[in-house]
Design a protein around this ligand. Structure first.
Ligand SMILES: NC(=O)c1ccc[n+]([C@@H]2O[C@H](COP(=O)([O-])OP(=O)(O)OC[C@H]3O[C@@H](n4cnc5c(N)ncnc54)[C@H](O)[C@@H]3O)[C@@H](O)[C@H]2O)c1
Length: 265
């Protein structure tokens, strides 16, 4: 388990922080005396969300690698450290499924997948300088159970989960724990296009605060590289990945992957 229990005075960065989950998490962390910076696209609305919460705001488009680095540098310059990065910015496709809309597809992959990889790359040295920390990625249930109605989102979220699993042992070796939160449908702006269908079907959706509670818990207690499913009536539970069959040796035994390909387990 992670040992990075948030202490009063800890510093947390939340990308996509002016959205539904970001606001709910910022409220929780602020109330626990964590110093919070919301990073989001530049708009009056997003700036006023941070101002109303009484937390910091940084302009960030997560698809810009250099901008991720600048924001982390600014947070360190202002607050002296970074203890947790919540890589939470995300969008769904706005195109339908009849034919590929290339621009829409590339945008979703850029925000939901590259944004996570770039955010991790930017936060990693700062977390190391703080003596180790946490990265919590907001993936989605769609990353574990792909949605037939949104291929780009499913690819990006599945990729984010794979990234967390891939880099988990590497970061753990330098004192940082990365994990993924995989919520089902939750009551934020992202579900507005389908909200009436959930209501008509009386389909239960999560509150933003239920997801924020899982994000907060992952900061303190996630296992390195783990993915946590969050579903209404279920809470947050670790997802158990099924292993793959090992290669067989000539004598029928299981072949061990060469040590240098196994990484720091
Ligand atoms: N609400 C759900 O049903 C649900 C379920 C599973 C996962 N998620 C994921 O949770 C995360 C948070 O979403 P939410 O539900 O709070 O929705 P939201 O739309 O309220 O918030 C998303 C935030 O991301 C920001 N954002 C978008 N593009 C950005 C960019 N390029 N750079 C920086 N910020 C950007 C938006 O401005 C917005 O503030 C997303 O990654 C989303 O995919 C949501």
């Amino acid at each position: 388990m992670s040992e990075h229990t948030p202490r009063p005075g800890s510093v947390a960065l939340i990308t996509g922080g002016a959205g539904g989950f970001g606001r709910a998490l910022a409220t929780r962390l602020r109330d626990a005396d964590v110093r919070v910076v919301l990073a989001d696209l530049d708009s009056e609305r997003n700036r006023s969300v941070a101002a109303e919460l009484g937390v910091g705001f940084a302009v960030l488009d997560v698809t810009d690698h250099a901008a991720n680095q600048r924001v982390v540098a600014d947070v360190e310059a202002e607050h002296g450290r970074l203890d947790a990065a919540f890589l939470n910015a995300g969008i769904a496709s706005s195109a339908g499924t009849d034919a590929l809309d290339v621009a829409d597809y590339l945008r979703v992959i850029a925000v939901d997948l590259h944004g996570v990889v770039f955010g991790t790359d930017a936060a990693r040295p700062a977390l190391r300088r703080a003596g180790g920390g946490s990265i919590v990625v907001t993936a989605s249930l769609a990353g574990l159970s792909p949605m037939p109605t949104d291929q780009a989102y499913s690819i990006a979220k599945g990729g984010a989960v794979a990234f967390v699993r891939s880099i988990g042992p590497v970061l753990h070796a330098e004192g940082t724990t990365i994990s993924a939160i995989c919520p089902g449908f939750a009551d934020t702006a992202i579900i507005d296009p389908w909200r009436e269908h959930f209501e008509a079907a009386e389909f239960p959706v999560l509150s933003a605060d239920e997801v924020a509670a899982a994000m907060q818990a992952a900061w303190a207690g996630a296992d390195p590289g783990a993915a946590y499913v969050v579903q209404p009536g279920v809470g947050a539970i670790p997802y158990r990945f099924k292993g793959v069959p090992a290669a067989k040796t000539a004598d029928g035994g299981s072949a061990a992957v060469p040590a240098h390909l196994r990484g720091p387990l």
